[in-house]
Design a protein around this ligand. Structure first.
Ligand code: SF4
Length: 375
C-alpha cells in the first residue's frame, strides 16, 4: 500500500465528493511555501535565487491557515525554502493538525534532529526528506558535502521518535539508474515509510541549466529504474503517476491539482511557473487561463514538464474517474514488479560522466551563518 489506509480513505472520499458535486477542477494538495529562505543552495532549484529582502520574508501562521481554509485540499505539502528555518513552523504545523490535514513537511533534514522536539508524532504529519540519491549523488545535487549523512541522521532520529518519514527525490539528466535502485534499497533498510520521485523542472532561475531532462529521456530513465522492481520498495505516491513517468500511460497536466500559496499570494498557474499571482484561491481558479498550460497547449514553458505538481493529481483523478481507472490503480498497486527485459538492458548502458565535468560546488559555513548571509 503506497500510503496508510486512513490517508487513502480521506483522499478517496474527498475526490469522490468532488466528482459527485460535478467539480472538474479541484485541488488535491496545497503547496504551502511559508518562506523561500534555505540553508542549501542547490544547483537545480529556482526558489533560492531571490534577493535578500524576499528571502527574509515569512508567511505568518494566520496567513497559512487562511490559505489552507480557502483551498480546502485534504493534503498540505510544506516546501520552501527550508520550512524548518521558519520562525513559527511548529505553530503552522499545530494549526494544520487541528484542521486534520495530512501534512508533508518537505525538509533537507539538516536541522531535523535539533528541531524534532518542536513536533509530536501524528498520523497526519510526515517529514518528507529531500534526498536525491546515494551519498555522492545527493551531495553533488545539493552542492553540500556531508548533506547526505546529516539527512540520514535526521531520518534516524525522527523514526526513533515515532514520526512518519518519507523521502522525496528529484532526478536530473545523467542520473545513474543503478545507483538510484541501490538508493531505494538503502532507504527501505533505513525504515522510511515510502519514497516519492519526480523529474526536475527546468527553472530558468536555476544556476545549473544543463541537466534538466527532456520527456523522452525522463521516460527512459524511469523505465530503467522502476521496471523489474524489488518487492521491498514502497512508493508514497500515485502508482499511475509512476506509470506515466515510465511512459506506460499519458496524462494531461492538471496544474490546479497542486496549487501554490507563498509570500506573493496564489501563484499562477502552478508551483513551477510564475505568470502572476491572485489574492484569493477563488480568484486563482477563476482568472487563470488554464488552457494555456500543459504540454499539449504548445506553451514552451511546459514542453518538457512531467513534474509531480502537474501530473500526480492527474493520476489520482484518473483513478476515480471510471472503473477502468480504479482497476488500473488496483493492478499497479498489487502487481508492482513491472517485468521488462528491455529495461534490464537500459541498466547496462554507459552513463554521461556528469560529475566529472561539473565538480561539486561546496557551500561554505554552518546553516545559521548561511541563513544570515542569504537573508
Ligand atoms: S506542464 Fe508543468 S510547468 Fe506547465 S502548467 Fe503543468 S505543471 Fe506547470
Amino acid at each position: 500500500m503506497p500510503v496508510p489506509i486512513s490517508q487513502a480513505w480521506t483522499v478517496a472520499s474527498y475526490v469522490l465528493t468532488q466528482k459527485v458535486k460535478g467539480r472538474k477542477q479541484y485541488p488535491l494538495v496545497l503547496m504551502l511555501e511559508p518562506l523561500y529562505r534555505c540553508n542549501l543552495a542547490c544547483a537545480g532549484c529556482g526558489k533560492i535565487q531571490y534577493p535578500a529582502h524576499v528571502l527574509k520574508r515569512e508567511l505568518s501562521p494566520e496567513e497559512c491557515f487562511k490559505a489552507v481554509d480557502e483551498c480546502g485540499a485534504p493534503m498540505v505539502s510544506i516546501p520552501g525554502g527550508e520550512p524548518l528555518m521558519h520562525s513559527q513552523i511548529e505553530k503552522i504545523v499545530e494549526g494544520l493538525l487541528a484542521r486534520r490535514k495530512y501534512i508533508y513537511l518537505c525538509t533537507n533534514a539538516l536541522l531535523l534532529k535539533e528541531k524534532l522536539h518542536l513536533f509530536k508524532p501524528s498520523k497526519y504529519l510526515t517529514f518528507s526528506v529531500h534526498l536525491d540519491g546515494q551519498k555522492e549523488h545527493h551531495d553533488f545535487s545539493v552542492c553540500r558535502e556531508g548533506g547526505y549523512e546529516l539527512a540520514v541522521e535526521g531520518i534516524k532520529a525522527a523514526l526513533a521518535r515515532g514520526f512518519r518519514v518519507t523521502t522525496n527525490t528529484t532526478l536530473f539528466d545523467g542520473a545513474d539508474p543503478n545507483s538510484v535502485r541501490a538508493f531505494f534499497d538503502e532507504m527501505m533498510k533505513l525504515g522510511v515509510e515510502g519514497m516519492m520521485l519526480s523529474p526536475g523542472y527546468n527553472y530558468d532561475k536555476a544556476p545549473d541549466q544543463k541537466h534538466f531532462l527532456g520527456r523522452a529521456r525522463t521516460r527512459r530513465l524511469f523505465r530503467a529504474m522502476l521496471s523489474n522492481r524489488k518487492p521491498a520498495w514502497r512508493f508514497n505516491q500515485s502508482m499511475l503517476f509512476l506509470e506515466f513517468l515510465m511512459g506506460k500511460r499519458d496524462f494531461r497536466c492538471t496544474p490546479w491539482g497542486m496549487p501554490t500559496y507563498s509570500i506573493f499570494g496564489w501563484q499562477k498557474p502552478c508551483y513551477l511557473l510564475q505568470d502572476g499571482y491572485a489574492d484569493t484561491f477563488d480568484e486563482l481558479m477563476a482568472t487563470t487561463e488554464w488552457g494555456n498550460y500543459g504540454t499539449e497547449s504548445g506553451n514552451p514553458q511546459c514542453a518538457n514538464c512531467m513534474v509531480h505538481s502537474g501530473y500526480e493529481a492527474s493520476g489520482v483523478d484518473y483513478t476515480f474517474s471510471s472503473l477502468k481507472g480504479l482497476l488500473a490503480t488496483a493492478r499497479a498497486t498489487l502487481f508492482t514488479k513491472n517485468t521488462d527485459e528491455e529495461a534490464l538492458l537500459l541498466l547496462n548502458e554507459p552513463l554521461k560522466p556528469v560529475h566529472a565535468h561539473n565538480p561539486l560546488v561546496q557551500i561554505e559555513g554552518n546553516p545559521e551563518k548561511l541563513e544570515e548571509t542569504r537573508a
